[in-house]
Design a protein around this ligand. Structure first.
Ligand code: COA
Length: 337
């Protein structure tokens, strides 16, 4: 039987060109550069302009990841996003078609900021089950389409962007082989991160739609606490499966929710702060796009190098979380923006 272990073979990232600084946001919001930097680590972020959708960003990142993998083909396209182009159909089929992959399996994965880890498990599973030999996995978001620009608790944090990886069938022992991916959820806290309107729950509630129901809402304090606990727990489980001690981890790639959350998770794990990668200062929180964006940016500027043992972890609405491991392979990351 030909090998069926999912192996990372390419990585790409795309950020839309418009840079929005903290000072830009402070013009219309009661906030400040000092508050945003101090509480989140964010200095600037990118906003996609009107007319640019999640599919548009996904196509850019997907093109770069395919190019990075030196092949233009894939049997499946998995798109992790919480901001699809439409409530239906899924956005992935359009992305696949625009990449010249019409006919490939294509579907969206919805797990908010944990979306990339859920997508990774799904894409890896397609290969392990023999359904696909090559999968393009994209995390893409236009969070500006659901953020209330008047809500200073969220408007300063979330932003737009896309990152992508190519997985191919290979051997478990080679660099890039994806380790066991730990996933978990706790729907009893579903209201901590929610867009209340637009779904069947609103229709059945009997209440008329409110003017802000289509906006993203977050209980930041509670989310922070759960994020630290779940990301560190999931990371520990992924490490156990890999047979790695915490000291074996060369680079930690956490979902970029908040620089303080990343530091707190590293602290709980007992991981040296110098091994924690970050790009939140220039990207903000890009939800499902954040992990592949960080992989691509860090590989491009050599903070992430072949042979590094990498721990990935993410957490988001649902609640949902996940973690995985891999040894970084010799790939050329392609980034734009
Ligand atoms: N600028 C200035 N002040 C702000 C502000 C802003 N952008 N946003 C909130 N505040 C104020 C609040 O109104 C509150 O004021 P008060 O004390 O007068 O009531 C004060 O700052 C503290 O608010 P709080 O929400 O408790 O702040 P915090 O220290 O918890 O930081 C977050 C807020 C959102 C940065 C933090 O909770 C966080 O990062 N949570 C996790 C969010 C996240 O990662 N979500 C995605 C998960 S995938």
């Amino acid at each position: 039987m030909s090998p069926r272990h999912p192996v990372l073979a390419g990585v790409g990232a795309y950020l839309p060109p418009r840079v929005v600084t903290n000072d830009d946001l402070a013009v219309g919001l009661d906030t400040s550069d000092a508050w945003i930097r101090g509480r989140t680590g964010i200095a600037e972020r990118r906003f996609a302009g009107a007319g640019t959708s999640t599919a548009d960003l996904a196509v850019e990142a997907g093109t770069l990841a395919l190019k990075s993998s030196s092949e233009s083909e894939a049997d499946a396209v998995v798109l992790a996003t919480a901001t699809p182009d439409h409530p239906l159909p899924g956005t992935a089929p359009e992305v696949a078609a625009r990449l010249g992959l019409a006919g490939a399996a294509a579907y969206d994965v919805s797990a908010v900021c944990a979306g990339f880890l859920y997508g990774l498990a799904s894409a890896a599973g397609l290969i392990a089950a023999g359904y696909a030999r090559r999968v393009l996995l994209i995390g893409a978001e236009t969070f500006t389409s659901i953020i209330d620009p008047a809500d200073r608790g969220t408007a300063v944090i979330f932003a737009d962007g896309a990152g992508a990886v190519v997985l191919r069938a290979g051997d478990a022992g080679e660099p890039g082989a994806i380790g066991h991916t730990d996933l978990g959820s706790d729907g009893t806290h579903k209201d901590l991160i929610v867009v209340p309107g637009g779904g069947s729950r609103q229709r059945t509630s009997g209440e008329p739609a409110g003017p802000r129901d289509h906006y993203f809402q977050m209980a930041g304090r509670d989310v922070y606490r759960h994020a630290v606990e779940r990301m560190s727990g999931s990371a520990r489980t992924a490490l156990e499966h890999a047979g790695w001690a915490v000291a074996d981890v060369d680079r930690f790639v956490p979902h970029q929710a908040n620089a303080k959350i990343s530091a707190a998770v590293a602290d709980r794990l007992g991981l040296h702060p110098g091994r924690v990668l970050s790009n939140i200062a220039r990207t903000g929180n890009t939800s499902a796009a954040s992990v592949p964006l960080l992989l691509a940016h860090a590989a491009a500027d050599r903070r992430l190098r072949p042979g590094h043992r990498v721990l990935l972890a993410a957490f988001g609405g649902g609640l949902a979380w996940g973690a995985s491991t891999l040894v970084w392979p010799d790939v050329t990351a392609l980034t734009e923006g």
